[in-house]
Design a protein around this ligand. Structure first.
Ligand SMILES: [Zn+2]
Ligand SMILES: [Zn+2]
Length: 259
């Protein structure tokens, strides 16, 4: 199994997870041509995708999903709440109502099978209708992906405990958020219980799920205003021992990472 971030941050998110012939695109917050360009950069054509899975209906995750799915005849998987939200918000403007091959699963489902990948949904506290993040399992390896969560929950820790690789949100530095350009209401939303994880919260989460066999850690969904890669790295460094910490980029993605 391997994965590649096509881009991560408030201007658009998409991550490709591949296991043998199965390729799942997790979210697509990029316009059609941009998504195709980013896939081409890692040598993937959209027709080679098995499905698109959507974590939640916010524009930075769903804005590019309907057109990409329609253009290439792809299945779209989402929780019922996420799709309801998509048909009412940013997804509606992007054409969610026209998606032909929709597959719904409850966010509390035990598992979802897509080709050679098994997905374990993790419900998360975030200000969307039925958001979930996932552990992907394939070839006997486990990749945990978690962004867009306001709080660390016991369920999250249980799900992420035995992963071979983790991609975790490190959205903001609490001090930079407090001193930064966001108005007070937006600061409260981002830093609140249904917003995004701070570097410190991510470090606390990692402390609870880190184990010696964890081979890869990728920090993601960094705020460009309220965080810096070196601050996010420094926050988790003490927890990770000598693990190599990678940071996903908004503009260039990550390239392929083996799990
Ligand atoms: Zn997001
Ligand atoms: Zn979100």
């Amino acid at each position: 199994m391997r994965f590649a971030v096509l881009g991560s941050g408030s201007r658009g998110n998409a991550t490709l997870i591949e296991c043998d012939d199965t390729r799942v695109l997790l979210d697509c917050g990029f316009p059609l041509r941009e998504a195709e360009r980013r896939l081409a950069a890692i040598d993937v054509h959209p027709r080679d995708l098995t499905a698109i899975v959507v974590t939640h209906e916010h524009g930075d995750h769903i804005a590019g999903v309907p057109r990409l799915a329609q253009r290439h005849g792809l299945e779209v998987w989402a929780s019922p709440g996420t799709w309801k939200g998509a048909c009412a918000g940013a997804g509606r403007r992007a054409g969610a109502g026209a998606v032909a091959r929709l597959r719904l699963f409850p966010s509390h489902a035990r598992r979802v099978r897509i080709g050679g990948l098994t997905l374990y949904p993790i419900p998360v506290p975030h200000d969307a209708r039925e958001p979930c993040q996932f552990v992907f399992e394939g070839d006997g390896r486990r990749l945990g992906i978690l962004t867009d969560a306001g709080t660390v929950t016991p369920r999250m820790c249980d799900a992420l405990r035995e992963c071979d690789a983790l991609m975790l949100e490190a959205n903001h530095d609490a001090e930079l958020l407090r001193l930064g350009p966001y108005p007070a209401s937006l600061q409260r939303r981002v830093g609140g219980a249904f917003g995004h994880l701070s570097n410190e919260q991510t470090a606390a989460l990692l402390e609870r799920v880190h184990h010696r066999a964890l081979g890869k850690l990728l920090l993601s969904h960094l705020s460009q205003q309220n965080n810096r890669p070196e601050l996010a790295r420094a926050a988790v460094q003490g927890v990770c021992g000598d693990l190599d910490i990678m940071v996903a980029d908004q503009d260039n993605g990550s390239g392929w990472i083996g799990v």
